[in-house]
Design a protein around this ligand. Structure first.
Ligand code: DUC
Ligand code: ZN
Ligand code: ZN
Ligand code: ZN
Length: 466
């Protein structure tokens, strides 16, 4: 069956075009002004709408066990919410496995979690919880046989890695063609501050933010930049940036031509630390924490000036009632993370494009084109070129949407963006040519999503990022 999307404004990372889009067998097969529908062709009228590459969210944690709790969205509910929010591909961060487990152990587990459940296409980032010769030996096979071409290191939490381990990982991952991603926070600094706060009885949600101020994050970003430089200039990707100082360190590294990239998330652009003073402040506990308004403004400058490369969600959902029960007034016992996989595209479209901060093309680069290039999905994903998967999102800029958790499709019991007004509405999401969501309602099928074997990291492909 063919589908023809007519009369829309096609947008990719390079520009926008008054063109129709013809889809056959899930692939984009023609792109031109005024395409005539042939026989057996469904016509989708996109008059007045933007027609853009489906969103690629490279940072989710579905079904993750964080020790004190398991996140409440699995690969079905999480990808269902993603699809309703205009996202057609996710790359999930595998969680830590049992002590001493190898890389393939977690990969097999995650294939079991996702297969038959995901409603859109998916990949996984490897997780490095310790380094030894066996893990280093496994890396080449993970990249070239399993299609896992990026790996995550944590500098804090239970399986934080030491600087010595970071260097060994960076060195080997560069050699085998993988991108190293990092959660950068200085664990010792956080422990030092947290124990002082707890000793003083300061355990409210605002003290979570005070236990890990932006210097904890910026220090770790600066350290990672220098370690990557020392590891033969290994490519490095910083996840969930929340502050302007860290961004300045990244700008300096870029000026030295260092291969570094950075992601931020809607919560760091749109929610500030005042949320922790609300009665329901526990809803906003995540790491890094929300910052003050000045930092939000600095991140928006980075979105506009090109120094931030991607916007992902870090979707990691724990229901509010569970947070309250586990924390019982003590932030150190509250599981960290926010839901948001369904809201990324519309929030950035509204607060970025419709408020005049960024162009529609830059929106596509941030949400789809750049993620595809960095994480080995280009040219199959992240664009509307001939031969690419027909992953498409249609947004109507004339309608508006108010975010209300009752209309979302995740398994949490709240949205951190409740009541947010967005200019624009999601009209249609297509994944490989199939309509998986229409007007914010799920129309896809459990198990339709395919595992994506990603290509090795390629500096030629990233050279053309938008
Ligand atoms: N931070 C969170 O808040 N949740 C999941 C993992 C992380 O780094
Ligand atoms: Zn993280
Ligand atoms: Zn995360
Ligand atoms: Zn619904």
């Amino acid at each position: 069956m063919k589908r023809l999307i007519k009369n829309g404004i096609l947008v990719d990372s390079d520009g926008q075009y008054a063109q129709d889009l013809l889809i056959e067998n899930g692939i984009i097969c023609q792109r031109a002004a005024n395409i005539e529908p042939g026989a057996d062709c469904e016509i989708i009228d996109a008059s007045g709408c933007y027609v853009m590459p489906g969103g690629i969210d490279v940072h989710t944690h579905f079904n993750i066990d964080v020790g004190i709790a398991r996140s409440c969205d699995d690969f079905f509910t999480g990808t269902r919410a993603a699809a309703c929010g205009g996202t057609t591909t996710i790359i999930d961060h595998m969680g830590f496995g049992p002590a001493g487990c190898n890389l393939h152990h977690q990969l097999h587990l995650y294939h079991q979690y996702a297969a038959g459940n995901a409603v859109i296409d998916y990949g996984f980032h490897g997780v490095i919880q310790h380094i030894n010769d066996g893990i280093l030996d496994e890396m080449a096979g993970m990249v070239h046989d399993e299609g896992i071409s990026s790996f995550k290191l944590y500098l804090t939490y239970h399986y934080k890695v030491s600087d010595a381990e970071v260097l060994r990982a960076l060195w080997q991952l560069r050699r085998v063609g993988a991108l190293t991603t990092v959660h950068p926070e200085n664990d010792a600094a956080i422990a030092f501050r947290r124990s002082a706060l707890v000793a003083a009885g300061k355990t409210a949600p605002i003290h979570h933010a005070q236990s890990r101020p932006l210097e904890c994050e910026a220090e770790a970003i600066g350290r990672m930049i220098n370690l990557a430089r020392l590891a033969d200039n290994a490519p490095l990707y910083i996840v969930h940036l929340s502050n302007g100082l860290g961004l300045d360190y990244l700008r300096l590294a870029r000026q030295r031509q260092q291969p570094v990239w950075v992601e931020t998330c809607p919560q760091y652009l749109l929610l500030n630390e005042q949320c922790y003073l609300r009665e329901d402040g526990a809803k906003y506990i995540l790491s890094p924490p929300l910052r003050n308004q000045q930092e939000l403004d600095r991140l928006w400058l980075g979105i506009a000036d090109g120094s931030i490369d991607t916007v992902a969600t870090d979707h990691c959902s724990f229901p509010y009632h569970q947070r309250l029960a586990l924390a019982a007034g003590d932030f150190t016992r509250c599981p960290n993370g926010l839901p948001g996989v369904e809201n990324r595209m519309l929030l950035l479209f509204s607060h970025g494009v419709m408020s005049g901060r960024i162009s529609p093309s830059r929106f596509v680069a941030l949400t789809s084109g750049n993620p595809a290039r960095l994480f080995g999905l280009w040219p199959r994903k992240g664009n509307l070129n001939l031969g690419a998967d027909a992953d498409v999102v249609m947004i109507d800029p004339r309608q508006s949407t108010v975010i209300n958790h009752r209309q979302l499709h995740d398994n949490a019991d709240y949205s951190p963006y409740e009541g947010f007004h967005c200019q624009g509405a999601l009209v249609l999401t297509l994944c490989r040519g199939e309509i998986v969501a229409r007007n914010g309602e799920f129309t896809g099928q459990q198990g339709y999503g395919q595992f994506l074997r990603r290509r090795p990291f390629d500096s030629q492909i990233t050279a053309k990022m938008g």
